[in-house]
Write a protein of this length. Structure first.
Length: 205
């Protein structure tokens, strides 16, 4: 697995951890395939294992384990995100109403650590695949669209390599506002746990 793919996987798993998810679902036979790849062998074609519904995330990954969540301090607790009630007759109307709620989020504004421009989401509301980043950067803030900067160009390349187009998927960020910093300019920083937790309802809803 390339360093870029490992980085993307690690980011995805960390976001799931922030969302309070402590298990990783695996397809049938995936454990055998991962073990063979790590040992330099050829992954078996037959699905020799039954469906692994939920594989617990260990506190400290064993030497032979695949990539798992980064460790978190024992005292850190992230509550389950609230599911919001939004009006609308169809998915598009509900997403528009949800975007309006996000833009006027009193909780996010009260933090005082996020900028003013809201960047919600883009793409097909009925997509089977959704990509979720951390937070918008300077270019995303300028265009009010997620993943349009350098990272977005890489994501577009990954999507094309999958045989898809950006218009076929749905793209969003956990944090709906660009994190602020002193003398910011075009500089960006990752969102804090508190900033992401404040915006999580707009992802889970």
């Amino acid at each position: 697995m390339s360093n870029e793919a490992v980085g993307l996987l690690k980011s995805y798993l960390e976001q799931r951890q922030v969302a309070g998810q402590t298990h990783v679902g695996l397809r049938p036979g995936m454990v055998d395939r991962l073990n063979h790849r790590r040992e330099g062998g050829v992954p078996p074609r037959e699905e020799s294992r039954s469906m692994v519904a939920a594989t617990p995330v260990p506190q400290k990954p064993a030497p032979q384990s695949p990539v798992f969540f980064a460790e978190r301090a024992p005292t850190a607790k992230v509550p389950t995100a609230q599911i919001l009630e939004v009006p609308g007759e169809n998915k598009a109307e509900k997403l528009a109403a949800l975007a309006q709620l996000a833009e006027n989020s009193a909780e996010a504004r009260a933090l005082g650590t996020l900028r003013q421009t809201m960047v919600f989401a883009v793409g097909n509301p009925d997509a089977e695949i959704m990509f979720i980043g951390e937070a918008p950067g300077s270019e995303e803030e300028r265009q009010r669209e997620p993943f349009v900067g350098p990272a977005g160009q890489k994501l577009t390349g990954i999507i094309k390599a999958m045989g898809l187009d950006r218009s076929q998927i749905y793209i969003s960020n956990i944090c709906k506002f660009r994190p602020a910093m002193e003398n910011q300019g075009n500089s960006n920083r990752p969102p804090t746990v508190v900033e992401m937790r404040t915006c999580l309802p707009y992802i889970f809803t």
